[in-house]
Design a protein around this ligand. Sequence first.
Ligand SMILES: *Cc1c(COP(=O)(O)O)cnc(C)c1O
Length: 472
Amino acid sequence: MQDSTKPSPSALPSVDRLVADAALTPFCQAYGRPFVTDLAREILAEARARLLAGETKSVDLEALGQRIGARIEALMSPSLTPLFNLTGTVLHTNLGRAPLPAEAVAAMAAVATEASNLEYNVAAGKRGERDDHVAGWLCRLTGAEAALVVNNNAAAVLLLLNSLANRRQVAVSRGELIEIGGAFRLPDIMARAGCKLVEVGTTNRTHARDYAAALDGGATLVFKVHPSNYEVRGFTAEVPTAELAELARAAGKPLAVDLGSGSLVDMSRFGLPPEPTVAETLKAGADLVTFSGDKLLGGPQAGIIVGKKALIERLRRNPMKRALRLDKMTLAALGAVLRLYANPEQLPTRLPVPRLLTRGESDIRAMAERLRPELARCLEGIAEVGVAACMSQIGSGALPLETLPSAALTVTPIAAKRQRGAALERVAAGFRGLPRPVIGRVRDSVFVLDLRCLADEDGFRAQLELLDIIKA
Ligand SMILES: *Cc1c(COP(=O)(O)O)cnc(C)c1O
């Protein structure tokens, strides 16, 4: 039996009646009647569902019109927008990884709106190769014979494995069968690339003789993976690249190394923890090396493969390369970033990733001290604001156990112990709700904003007043 006190859905206006309402006329003019009609239908369906569920009693035409207006505004604003990454993880995959330098943005803009020589050799007047726009620089910076670029490092690994070992055996140490975020698990990629995985050694110890046995057993490729996001400690053994290269060479098989982050320069020159460079890995005897464009390198999302010319040629001829190729804007950005590497000394001032990673603790703390009183004023009565030492992480699997001393603004909600959790969530949501969302992290019942990655101090300050919404 239907409850007769419930308003019936027939009380709702028709779609036409709603769209004809004067309040929607400007939207019809700006976005076209069919689009507004679609949204009117959506909003009416939602209102009908709420009426039937007994969640609302009355429906008023004005409110429906406002809801349509709000939905249009939300749809018409870009979905992908900038935010402040104050999580303390510099290369945060969910937050877009490496921020790009102005040179890269200018290079992208220049080719975005005009025709370009993407695959055209202007001097010769004939077809060119798109990767040539960056291959020369990659070879110069790594000492490689040849280079090739694809959409990301996962694609680089897929292309490499499929090109060199389709339906063949690939030897990988059990200690390196990693997962990097749910979607990239080496054994799965290997299966999709058509390879038969030969697990070598044990989780904690792999010896040269284990690889030798796999090669004797018919492995066609030796694949070494930088276990970027974890570290095996204690009673461990791995075979160094140079020794592995010798073994593979003796067996007449190539050695490929997935470096993950892959630095182009030794980061320890800037006081950062050492990470094997691409050049060192090639020098140690790797035939091919793969790495990301948007991790430590500090460029756009890309997968880079460098090494022996004959092997790179095999990868290039794989039809998969066509499906995984880079677009012109990424090539333009990558080219601009690689040119900055011509002078490594200047990287900490000119390239955002090294700049953020090398930022001194005292600088960051001074910024926190400057911002603390202003934030405290905006959160008066809601939370205590302090400055505390903290540790930043490099992120994206690079140097998982290494942290960088930094400083944070700490926001501790004023709330009874039992309401602390809800109060913290309200504070975090208030920061996320700002026009340019601020993303921090909650630790030990405190909302922490690591300021290492705060470049636009004024932009951050300018929207603090809006935090009143937390009070409401
Ligand atoms: C990050 C990483 C990948 C995946 O690289 P993307 O550029 O994110 O696709 C592959 N292998 C290793 C070792 C990594 O660290």
